[in-house]
Design a protein around this ligand. Structure first.
Ligand code: PAF
Length: 282
């Protein structure tokens, strides 16, 4: 049986619904998304329901996190299809505001975490994480849920959101959810929809390089040499551009020259015109 799910479009309606559940003693999980939902998003709902009694999802393609020339206009949108998937996953409420509701005339506030957004993806997407922090702060403030769940594929985003929530005394707990991959290892992403069959096959170069680099480091190869071999693998797979392949501390995102507890391998590159990111624990 499909779950009953309501759709609301204003922050006041969102807050009223969450508060009503909380007043009944229920814990509420918020799952922020930009829609075009895949199994990775539905895993966030499932994870939310292990930590709370009720799951609420949001869908908002946030213009403030897209740079000039990025894919804001062509970003896939399918609210109806997404609503069916969310209801099937056990979600009770969908918050789907429009741009004018989120950013009405006169909107003038920005949330900027310093430091973390300048690293990794931030080097090629200036301003992106300010847009993310701003919209996530708005969603967290509006919902005041007990927990909010974010995917670990966007590891840097998750680190920034954790920092922001701690710094701003946001009471909602921030939870990460493991990456969901296709059977062949490609991390699920709404942007995989842009890939041609040939690009989809070549995109596997990214997770394969991450795994090969991890194995090389764990086998004792110096980190710099292992990363250089991984970079060659990504380029040989046909990536037009490699933004980074780095071993970093999972919390501070600072580069590490040697393996240590909490280290994470992070990669981003462009195949055709599609930018893909991925990461694995060491
Ligand atoms: O990860 C995403 O889908 C987005 O960056 C988020 C967290 C929903 C903010 O727009």
């Amino acid at each position: 049986m499909t779950h009953r799910m309501h759709i609301v479009r204003t922050p006041a309606e969102l807050r009223a619904a969450v508060l009503a559940w909380q007043q009944q003693g229920k814990r509420v999980a918020l799952v922020p998304t930009m829609g075009a939902l895949h199994a990775g998003h539905l895993a966030l709902v499932t994870k939310g329901l292990t930590m709370a009694d009720v799951a609420v999802a949001s869908i908002f393609v946030n213009p403030k996190q897209f740079g000039p020339g990025e894919d804001l206009e062509r970003y896939p949108r399918d609210e109806r299809g997404d609503a069916v998937k969310l209801a099937g996953a056990g979600c009770s409420l969908l918050y789907a505001p429009d741009v004018a509701t989120m950013y009405p005339p006169g909107f003038a506030s920005f949330v900027r975490v310093s430091g973390l957004p300048d690293l990794l993806c931030g080097r090629v997407r200036p301003g992106h994480f300010d847009g993310v922090a701003t919209v996530v702060a708005k969603l967290l403030c509006a919902a005041q849920a007990d927990v909010a769940v974010f995917g670990e594929k966007d590891w840097q985003q998750l680190a920034i959101i954790r920092r922001m929530a701690a710094d701003l005394d946001i009471a909602t707990a921030i939870a990460g959810c493991a990456i969901v991959r296709d059977a062949d290892g490609l991390a699920l992403s709404s942007r995989n929809a842009y890939l041609s069959a040939d690009e989809r096959a070549r995109a596997l170069g990214l997770p394969r390089a991450l795994m090969a680099t991890r194995e090389a480091i764990l086998a004792g190869m110096p980190v710099a040499a292992a990363l250089a071999a991984g970079e060659r693998g990504i380029k040989a797979a046909g990536f037009a551009r490699l933004d980074y392949l780095e071993l970093v501390d999972g919390e501070t995102l600072h580069s590490m020259g040697a393996p240590a507890q909490g280290a994470r391998l992070m990669a981003a590159g462009v195949i055709g015109t599609t930018r893909l990111i991925d990461n694995i624990a060491l």
